[in-house]
Write a protein that binds this ligand. Sequence first.
Ligand SMILES: Cc1cc2nc3c(=O)[nH]c(=O)nc-3n(C[C@H](O)[C@H](O)[C@H](O)COP(=O)(O)OP(=O)(O)OC[C@H]3O[C@@H](n4cnc5c(N)ncnc54)[C@H](O)[C@@H]3O)c2cc1C
Length: 467
Amino acid sequence: MLARMATTTGTRFLAALRAAEPDLRLLTEATDTDAYRYDETAYLEPGHPLGVVFPTSTAQVAAIVRLCAEHRVPLVPRGAGSGLSGGATAIDGALTVVMTQLDRILEIDVANLTATVQPGVINADLGRAAAEHGLFYAPDPASFEFCTIGGNLAENSGGLRCVKYGVTRDAVLGLEVVLADGAVIRSGGKNAKDVLGYDLTHLFIGSEGTLGIITEAILRLRPMPPPMLTLLAFFPSVAAAGEAVAAMTSAGLVPATLELMDRFTIEAVDAAMRIGLDTSAGAMLMVESDLGGAAAEAELKVAADACEAAGSTSVLRAADTTEADWLRQARRKAHWSLEQAGVARMDDVGVPRSRVPQMLAAIEKVATAHSMRIGVFGHAGDGNLHPTYVMDRDDLAAGARIEAARADIYAAALAMGGTVSGEHGTGIAKRSYLVRQRGADSVRVMRSLKDALDPLGILNPGKVLEV
Ligand SMILES: Cc1cc2nc3c(=O)[nH]c(=O)nc-3n(C[C@H](O)[C@H](O)[C@H](O)COP(=O)(O)OP(=O)(O)OC[C@H]3O[C@@H](n4cnc5c(N)ncnc54)[C@H](O)[C@@H]3O)c2cc1C
């Protein structure tokens, strides 16, 4: 309760904020601010914010940050709150700064293949706007219909098309960032090549709101590729599907998407969406080519051969673009579908692509050892898998059991040279693994960067690095 009461510092700060920015939308009542406490990590207990604000310009963000620095009030940048590592969760006594009102696509520059956008733009809206010009924005997290570009940049998010086009980082040319003292800097620009000085753009990408607040971005667009051809392959086991993935990778195949679902996920998705997937299969791969014409046919032929050699029970093609859209939707609904079967917590590990079969086997072993239901789906072509713990709703020990299982899964991933976070960030959920994966010296460098850019420690404290 004490944490919910505004402190003297907080009261003074709010009065100063109201006086300095009378037009700023500011929420302070718990009934209003509660909706902004959580992200998609329901298992983490967030703090109670001092207030929640919705700036509408870079100048306003800068003014807010300056006041926060002056009053030593921490702040939490926030996009749509769809994060899966706790980055946007509220902190006691901090100001949550929601960036969704900065939602304009400022320019689509066809001549330079760039889009200049504010951070509150929804990922899918940018995709649609680019498509009107015959262009294509590649990064597409499964949450693309509701997550913001600011969140994507701050998490360096991945998605279904990363296997071919790379993650968010690979699509960014420049940023405008408000620093911890309220100064506004611009890094990068529209130049396709630009190497002057340190690369600050890529320092802010993936920094989860701990080094600066992104207020604008120049993003790389591409010419729109031809419509995708979609192949589905069903396998008797995840091991066989894993072998097919490894075979495609070593054959040099770089499809537009290469996604996997295990039996549990196939059943959950089919129960939820009724699209006639083969629920007797042990695993399914979805492989897509956007090469167009004969090149796409040839690419999918190599994929089909790899699937058959690995023991697939059937290999099918989507009849048309509508059916392909349905299948893609089905994959994007994997987490939601597993949630219908219990309390589902999605995890996120990555391994070098050739180790996908071993990682899938390791996850199965952990599920058996812990007597747990773990659905597996993910971006298999990237080596990025989402083991999802599905617990009975009345399992009081669920939290502890998940902790034990995920420790084993992470140990297996790290032993294979993998990562405990492929695309969902560090936030609060993964920060205790930072030293173990990166090493104490690397974390020391991270801390020096944090101290240099945010000496007062007001930017999203406790996220990524423990305070
Ligand atoms: C069903 C589902 C599917 C998902 N699929 C994927 C997927 O395929 N790939 C993937 O990578 N992720 C996925 N995610 C996770 C999530 O959608 C992404 O991390 C997304 O980028 C978060 O965007 P957001 O706008 O919701 O950000 P938020 O959750 O609001 O914030 C995320 C982080 O960004 C910081 N932040 C937000 N805006 C700014 C800004 N302007 N400046 C500085 N920092 C900022 C926040 O402080 C926080 O640390 C999925 C989530 C769900 C619920």
